[in-house]
Design a protein around this ligand. Structure first.
Ligand code: UT7
Length: 315
């Protein structure tokens, strides 16, 4: 028995709001189509801000709400696929920006939209061996940098932003019991890197990813609940990756989850990839919905393909 709980969360978003009507002036789409098919009404898009600036903003709020100082942090992981630079990593940039100790383990992790789940599991493992038992897990993506703004099937979906959780590890706490997985599918969701000769745009086979999500989310939920010996009724909140409101609603219907037990912010944020789950958590904490002892089942899925679930408690 040894695991993490969340002590505080934070988020940071670019100031520019891009509405569906703004997009309809750029590509052949409409507010009606986007709202009906995705639930998205607007999203935030990076202009003057930077990826590392968003990470630092979210992390500072998380530390503040957790009542922690940078000197308490033993591990800092940034889950991302769109950092400002490959080197230094976004997490190394946080060492300087936040004033983390020089022996804090700082690195980036890419598991696409499941990155926050992968990072929570990784931080739980690493804090067991760390002299300081607090960690920072930041999810940040600025997919506006890799979206083809003339491709209406992709550019309407994504928003930029960062979310963070300051976590604490204790030997007497149970593990979050993360259930993680991947399938190296090249076709469904791709974003070539700088070494590729392909165009550097994100591309997705939407319908097939939709079907994958409808299998992956219940799989993660069932395995995670099973691992903890719990049923959905034992969980206070369900926080799903915000990829499409229809996916969330279908899963909520399947498990008969009442509306007060799950949270959707995709209407205002779009799909923010690795940031989506911690941004939801941060907005829930700001609204007073997360209290000490609140138990949340988190489920992510995305490129890779990757997927993951975990049950986490507020300290
Ligand atoms: O975070 C990573 C994980 N990502 C996801 O989970 C995304 C999962 N997929 C989805 O959310 C949905 O598949 C989309 C929202 C991407 C697309 O919705 P859809 O209901 O699956 O639409 P579709 O791709 O089947 O396209 C239906 C029609 C097509 O036209 P035709 O061939 O029927 O004439 C598209 O060309 O809608 C057209 N279309 C659009 N029309 C207006 C595609 N994009 C747009 C658009 N505006 N933006």
């Amino acid at each position: 028995m040894n695991g993490i709980k969340i002590r505080g969360t934070g988020s940071c978003l670019p100031s520019r709001v891009l509405t569906n009507d703004d997009l309809a002036r750029q590509v052949d789409t409409s507010d009606e189509w986007i709202t009906a098919r995705t639930g998205i009404r607007e999203r935030r898009i990076l202009t003057a801000e930077t990826h590392s600036g968003l990470c630092a903003g979210a992390a500072r709020t998380a530390l503040d709400r957790a009542g922690l100082s940078p000197g308490d942090i033993g591990v800092c992981i940034v889950a991302t696929m769109t950092p400002d630079a490959i080197i230094p990593s976004a997490a190394c940039t946080m060492q300087t920006a936040l004033g983390l100790p020089h022996d804090t383990l700082c690195f980036d992790l890419n598991a696409a939209c499941s990155g926050f789940l992968y990072a929570l599991h990784t931080v739980e493992c690493l804090l067991a061996a760390s002299p300081r038992k607090y960690g920072l897990v930041i999810g940040c993506d600025v997919l506006s940098r890799v979206v083809d703004w003339s491709d209406r099937s992709a550019c309407i979906l994504f928003g930029d932003g960062a979310g963070a959780a300051a976590v604490e590890w204790r030997a007497e706490w149970p593990s979050i019991g993360a259930t993680l997985g991947c399938h190296g599918s090249n076709e469904l969701l791709r974003c070539p890197g700088p070494g590729s000769t392909e165009e550097q745009y994100l591309s997705m086979e939407g319908q097939r990813v939709f079907k994958f999500a409808l299998e992956a989310v219940p799989w993660c939920m069932d395995r995670t609940l099973e691992r903890h010996g719990l049923t959905p009724a034992d969980v206070d909140f369900f926080v799903f990756h915000q990829a499409n409101a229809r996916i969330i609603d279908l899963v909520a219907k399947k498990y008969r989850i009442p509306p007060e037990k799950y949270c959707k912010n995709i209407d205002r944020r779009g799909n923010t990839s690795a940031a989506s789950i911690p941004i939801v958590l941060s907005e829930m904490e700001a609204a007073g919905r997360l209290q000490p002892g609140s138990r949340a089942l988190l489920v992510g899925f995305g490129g890779g393909l990757t997927w993951g679930g975990a049950l986490i408690e507020m300290a």
